[in-house]
Design a protein around this ligand. Sequence first.
Ligand SMILES: *Cc1c(COP(=O)(O)O)cnc(C)c1O
Length: 374
Amino acid sequence: MEFIDLKSQYSVIEDSVKERIQQVLDHGKYIMGPEVEELENRLAVFSGVKHCISCANGTDALQMVLMAWGVGPGDAVFVPSFTFMSTAEVVRLVGAVPIFVDCDGRTFNINPQHLREAIEGVRQRGVLIPKVVIPVDLFGLIADYDAIELVAMEYGLKVLEDAAQSFGASVNGRMAASFGHAATTSFFPAKPLGCYGDGGAIFTNDQELASLLKSIRVHGQGSDKYDNVRIGLNARLDTLQAAILLAKLDVFPEEIKARQLIVENYKAALMRSIRLPLIPEGSVSAWAQYSVLAQSEAHRTKLMEALKQAGIPTMVYYRKPLHMQTAFEDGREHQGSYPVSENIASRIFSLPMHPFLEQQDIESIAAVINSVEA
Ligand SMILES: *Cc1c(COP(=O)(O)O)cnc(C)c1O
């Protein structure tokens, strides 16, 4: 059994992927070829946002937005403590300080009340200036932007949606990557919409930000290729990856639907010795991961071991919250405490999740889980 099954997906899209790749080989425009713009236009329409700027990966995407906003030394950027490294790493890369915020115990997303407390704490200490919050749509579930945007507005913060795991998700019909002042996503192969290498994109309705990002993407380019007006990056998306994404985008909406069905089947088959993910009313997750909570760390170890014995792969996202990582030791004087993240990190694990998971697979996974006592 595969944790994420890219081979079955390839067997469905093989012809169109090969055709798209062949077209790139024929025209030879490997850097910023026509597929890049075609993809950007289609992704903008898909997410319901005016501008899509593709780039090299989801980490560069985050960093580019912070660079465009001029975030740097002396600035505080609020990020969830329970997320992937990139979200906080980019804050350090631009010289600002990541301020971790505890997550909600049911959705695993940033807790808006804790966000408010963290901003208040930074203001009281008076060393850093609160500038940006980067909510993450963890495991594919869109964060609570209604509440987050209220807090952000009150304190004058910009909101950057990290939609690396949620592309394809929606809330009452509004698509992921359309929240906040800007949003980013990743096309890392294992993400809901993945390419066959690294890739990413930025989404915004802000025309000025979009032109800045296009300049930053190519060494701070000005009016022509050898005019450099700012410090930028080399952060373009390869034409070949854009071509692959165009082929994958054709089947993507069906895959998102298939994932919902698999979740329904998981819900029906799994008994409640583990806690299943909560999806608020009106929300459709992209199900980057199907993450469940064991009753304790020991229970998780037992479950994962039993599944492994049965040939069923599982993963732990994330075993160590970011505030506990050595890389962020230096900012600890600015930090609070994160009991929810720490509790979740000790109990969470992810089951196989991809659009090609069979009912039979789900039944064998459930049989193992249901037989393990807490
Ligand atoms: C994967 C991921 C990223 C980074 O994407 P890359 O394309 O691997 O650089 C950023 N944030 C989150 C939450 C992610 O899961």
